[in-house]
Design a protein around this ligand. Structure first.
Ligand SMILES: Cc1cc2nc3c(=O)[nH]c(=O)nc-3n(C[C@H](O)[C@H](O)[C@H](O)COP(=O)(O)O)c2cc1C
Length: 209
């Protein structure tokens, strides 16, 4: 299985989401899944924010683009290749101010690309191209936003990931949300991580089946 593994936490070795992603990979290996891992650390190689030249080039049909436009789009095109070539996608990130870290937003802005990750068919419908990829989002949240908790309605991360990746064709992604990881007693934080590890093993078993 060719796995694209992306980390987006700025916390390096102290990051919970990074540790959980490594745990998931270990679970996959325990399930005898043979892995070819394509790894990107978005905090080390942050995708560029969208600028004016990108907005013009990206909506110019590929047959009409100039060489300069293609150069503008090249880093984004390369990122699209990473996701299109993968069999499975593993994205690990903390919640930052109710959604993803800005570096992951920049990543999304680079991979939602007409004629690459989505196409428009004859009837004007958008057709996502990531139909064959399994996907897992590991998110860590300092607070507890599970259903029924007082802050549950402030989770703008899950709906936004579903919208962006659903648009480019990802079907039925798995979510493992570790919460609360920060603003809670040590027992609650430990329990959150333990729950996440159990859920990750379940996803690994599903992927291995
Ligand atoms: C800038 C910043 C913003 C944050 N915003 C939120 C938030 O909106 N909701 C929340 O529950 N936790 C928030 N947190 C806490 C992190 O989501 C939490 O500590 C998480 O475990 C970090 O994951 P990591 O260790 O992989 O970086 C924030 C942390 C930082 C640094």
């Amino acid at each position: 299985m060719k796995l694209l593994h992306i980390d987006a936490s700025p916390k390096g070795q102290r990051s919970n989401s990074r540790a959980l992603a490594r745990h998931f990979i270990a679970c996959l290996r325990e399930q005898n899944v043979e892995l070819e891992i394509d790894y990107l650390d978005l905090t080390q190689q942050p995708p560029a924010h969208i600028d004016e030249s990108f907005t013009i080039a990206t909506y110019t049909p590929s047959a009409q683009r100039t060489a300069a436009m293609e150069r503008t789009l090249a880093p984004s095109t390369a990122l699209c290749r990473h996701v299109l070539d993968a069999d499975a996608l593993l994205f690990a990130m903390p919640m930052h101010n109710f959604s993803y870290p800005s570096v992951f937003k920049a990543f999304i802005d680079n991979i939602v690309r007409a004629e690459l990750t989505y196409v428009v068919d004859e009837s004007g419908q958008y057709v996502g191209q990531l139909n064959r990829q399994k996907a897992l989002f590991i998110t860590t949240r300092g607070t507890d936003m599970r259903a029924g908790m007082p802050l549950a309605h402030m989770d703008a991360l899950t709906p936004s990931l579903n919208a962006a990746f659903g648009f480019i064709g990802v079907r039925d992604p798995s979510f493992v949300n570790a919460q609360p990881t920060q603003f809670a007693a040590a027992e609650a934080r430990d329990a959150a991580l333990a729950r996440a590890r159990i859920e990750l093993l379940e996803v690994a078993r599903k992927w291995a089946a």
